[in-house]
Unconditional design. Structure first.
Lengths: 199, 672
């Protein structure tokens, strides 16, 4: 007590240093204990990407493109995701939504690969190309696509030496469409109507 | 008197029920053609199990249930299968769907039906199976397979039979209450036997006095309780009815069964009764045909699959007056694209209104945020907010505002002063969100598979690398050991050791025996070899083998060797000189030279820089490539099969790849 009153400068110094040490230790502990593995932004971006694994963006799969976006790449390189994905990415990253880069392909209807089995020679090249192991077969045996696992990336089409793989569009179930925003097309006020209609 | 509760919101649209209640139920008869869609219920479509041209009797199964949430279909009368094809059906999409078409023969012959003798002693599981086999799906409008709804996980306290029928125009349930009250009560008792509730309630709105009278009379003396309550739309909604009768709200995203409640429509109760007591599958239903465009509105007992046109004709339909044909009521119904569409299990009403009766809604105007929709909403939602978010496609906010609790009753649209078709926005948004969920699930699954594959490839690569590294290390160690002469297991070392030992032994022997003996032995062994060679030659000559020439040269060589050895022996014997030793020396020298060469190569290899090694490898690979290319060209020239050519070209490609890899490596090491 006496020491504090007698040596205010020293006492303040000791207090500050000890506080600094304490909080420094806390921060150090937190940095180790609450460490997050990987890149959380890349994870979130990866959640949004359609996981077709088609590589049309120029990266070998969705995860690498997600990491590239996290590093600052543009968000419009994903044709399978299309406008919806670009919009979601723009919302997540708080950037301007830009139109799809046509260089990487066009937005297509979801499709699934079908092997014309009679023509398959069993070369296993498509099996090696498939990013999600959706093709079943063995060397010199007929191959087939497990349709429910296929992402429609069409990576298997090109390696096929006998061109026996077709990309077939998946039939889309009907559902209710949003009504036209009629209110923006009709003129409510009588004098706004076209002359013929008003007459 | 039981306490009645209320629910939030609700509206009072004009009822318009009297038009169709003037006549008793009429039989719609057997049309010439019945069109039976395979998907009339919620869940997986049934799979047709009949062939075109096959004769069927009434009650025969024509399509089987696929999976748990599905029901089978039955032939409503006798006839033959005319087609199994896509036909227009009553669906808001206006699209076609797979249908089984039956040409009826008008004789209405049936397969024999067998009911359960005493359901009170029957096992509920057995009764449920029969309900499923008879193709019963909820007849109030949703079409959910009844057998599933009647097998809840929780014990049931309250069974509610829904005779509310709150939607304007429709009187199908009302007429059932009036004319088939006894069958409703029987059906309710059967359902009660299955779910074992503590109380059975029949809920009816107070705008059906005749129906209430009939059902009260039929229920007298049973444990059924008829409960009436004030008319308000949409009190017939399952969740609303439960709140009215019990005061409990079904939690968001939950099922009535979570509260120990099961709800069944009166029509379903009748169908259950027919299935259990008579063994009669669900092949007909009561449908209201009404609207100002029909001159004789009323209720019809109609076979499922009857074209709507047939039914409308019976009711005196005037196509000119009708603007659009609606299946269901004016609130929740939807336009049917063509009257050729058939009546299905969920067709409770056909509404053919005139333009003045149900005018085309005026163009929608901007939302003025008056809040009338929120007041009308029976699910206590905020329709104006949902509308806002639906326009902006803000799925998260829509879900946060409980879009999925919307029952699509249309009360909000009905009260909207701006005539906004609100329900259509909600339906579209629901479909959108469901699609998004499906896509998300699929993409999550794909990601899992992709990551699993990546992990597998990495693992395999690592394993390969590890093996390669281990082999390389072992080889290097051996080489080092060989170079320093310490290795014991090295094949070259071993060979050297063996050769040296042999030589040592020979020299030892040589020193021990005289030159003369050696030469004598050489002569003897050469003689022996000559003898065996000659034998072989004569055998080959006898057989006419191709080897004769080779053998002959062999014999000649041996002969000359023998001559030499003999000469050497003679010479030795003549002058006792040491000359013959020369005959034996060359082979020893050759072995020695080979050993030395191998040693040198080994040493050189051990001392070589990685650069040199890579260059060597490159040379070797290039040789292999040249060979492979040669082979491919040969194959092409010989017109080999495609597969073989492919394989060859693949190997050429692979070699090229390897070469380029090696080159890259070489460049790397050189630059390093």
């Amino acid at each position: 007590m006496e020491f504090i009153t007698n040596q205010p400068l020293l006492a303040a110094l000791i207090a500050l240093v000890s506080l600094g040490t304490l909080f420094g230790a806390l921060l150090g502990f937190a940095a180790v204990y609450y460490r997050t593995d990987g890149n959380p932004i890349a994870d979130q971006i990866n959640e949004i990407l359609p996981q077709t694994q088609c590589g049309q963006c120029g990266y070998p799969g969705c995860r690498p493109y997600a990491e590239a976006i996290a590093e600052g790449d543009v968000i419009n390189k994903c044709p399978p995701g299309g406008e919806a994905t670009i919009q979601a990415l723009a919302d997540l990253l708080d950037v301007e939504a830009i139109p799809l880069d046509e260089e990487h392909g066009e937005e297509k209807v979801p499709s699934v690969a079908i092997i014309r089995e009679a023509e398959c020679i069993g070369c296993t090249k498509c099996i090696q190309a498939c990013p999600v192991d959706a093709i079943l077969g063995a060397a010199k045996q007929m191959h087939t696509v497990i349709a429910s696992e296929c992402t429609g990336c069409d990576l298997c089409v090109e390696p096929c030496p006998v061109d026996c793989i077709d990309m077939v569009p998946v039939p889309q179930a009907w559902h209710w469409a949003l009504p036209n925003p009629v209110s923006r097309q009709t003129e409510i006020i009588a004098s706004d109507k076209p002359r013929e209609a008003a007459a | 008197m039981r306490k009645i509760f209320g629910f939030h919101g609700g509206i009072h649209p004009p009822e318009n029920k009297h038009q169709s209640l003037e006549h008793p139920i009429r039989d719609a008869g057997i049309p010439a053609e019945l069109i039976i869609p395979v998907s009339q219920h919620v869940g997986a479509p049934a799979a047709p199990c009949v062939e075109i041209g096959q004769a069927v009797l009434g009650g025969d199964v024509i399509a089987e249930a696929i999976g748990v949430v599905s029901v089978p279909l039955h032939a409503p009368t006798s006839g033959s299968i005319a087609a199994i094809e896509r036909r227009p059906v009553a669906h808001p999409s206006g699209s076609e769907a797979l249908c089984i078409v039956i040409d009826t023969d008008g004789e209405d012959r049936w397969r024999s039906l067998e009911g359960v003798e005493d359901y009170r002693t029957a096992d509920p599981a057995q009764l449920l199976e029969r309900i499923r086999e008879c193709g019963i799906a909820g007849m109030g409008g949703a079409g959910f397979p009844s057998a599933i709804k009647l097998a809840p996980r929780n014990p049931i306290e309250t069974l509610i039979i829904n005779g509310t029928e709150c939607e304007p125009y429709i009187t199908a349930d009302d007429i059932l209450l009036q004319e088939r009250a006894q069958r409703i009560v029987e059906g309710a008792q059967i359902i009660a036997h299955i779910v074992q509730p503590q109380e059975i309630l029949i809920g009816v709105e107070d705008n059906k006095p005749e129906g209430i009278e009939a059902i009260t009379a039929a229920a007298a003396g049973t444990d059924l309780q008829v409960v009436t309550f004030p008319t308000k739309y949409p009190s017939g909604g399952e969740k609303q009815l439960i709140e009215i009768l019990t005061g409990k709200q079904v939690p968001s995203g939950g099922l009535p069964a979570d509260l120990g409640i099961v709800c069944q429509n009166v029509g379903t109760a009748v169908a259950v009764r027919d299935a259990i007591l008579d063994g009669r599958p669900l092949i007909s239903r009561v449908t209201t045909v009404t609207g100002d465009a029909v001159s004789k509105p009323g209720n019809f007992d109609v076979l499922l699959g009857t074209p709507m046109a047939h039914l409308l004709h019976l009711a005196g339909y005037d196509e000119r007056k009708n603007r659009r044909l609606i299946m269901g009521g004016p609130m929740m119904g939807f336009s049917v694209p063509t009257p050729l569409a058939p009546v299905v299990k969920t067709t409770n009403c056909l509404l053919a209104p005139t333009e003045s009766e149900l005018p085309t809604p005026p163009p929608a105007q901007a939302c003025i945020r008056c809040g009338m929709c929120a007041e009308a909403c029976p699910a206590s939602l905020l329709p104006q907010q949902l509308f806002w978010f639906a326009q902006g496609k803000e799925s998260e906010k829509l879900e946060a505002h409980n879009l999925f609790d919307c029952i699509e009753c249309g009360a909000c649209s009905w009260v909207c002063p701006s005539h906004i078709p609100l329900v259509q926005y909600y339906r579209a948004s629901k479909a959108d969100i469901q699609q998004q969920r499906k896509d998300q699930a699929k993409s999550d699954y794909s990601r899992e598979r992709f990551e699993a594959r990546q992990a597998r490839l990495e693992r395999e690569e690592a394993e390969k690398d590890a093996k390669r590294a281990a082999r390389k290390k072992a080889a290097e160690e051996r080489a080092k050991a060989a170079a320093t002469g310490e290795g014991e297991e090295d094949p070259i070392q071993a060979a050297i050791a063996r050769a040296q030992a042999k030589k040592a032994a020979q020299t030892n022997e040589g020193s021990g025996e005289s030159e003369l003996e050696k030469l004598e032995r050489a002569v003897v062994t050469t003689q022996k070899r000559l003898d065996t060679a000659q034998q072989k030659l004569s055998a080959a000559e006898a057989e006419g083998s191709d080897l004769v020439d080779a053998l002959r040269t062999g014999v000649e060589k041996t002969q000359s060797k023998l001559d030499k050895a003999k000469a050497a022996l003679a010479e030795h014997q003549a002058n006792h000189s040491e000359a013959p030793a020369a005959a034996e020396e060359p082979p020893v020298d050759a072995a020695q030279a080979a050993i030395q060469k191998a040693m040198q190569a080994r040493e050189a290899d051990a001392q070589k820089s990685p650069q040199e090694k890579a260059r060597d490898q490159l040379g070797k690979l290039e040789q292999r490539l040249a060979k492979a290319q040669q082979r491919l060209a040969d194959g092409r020239a010989a017109g080999e099969e495609d597969k073989i050519i492919d394989a060859l070209s693949a190997s050429v490609d692979k070699l090229r790849e390897k070469i380029s890899e090696t080159r890259a490596q070489l460049a790397e090491t050189e630059s390093a």
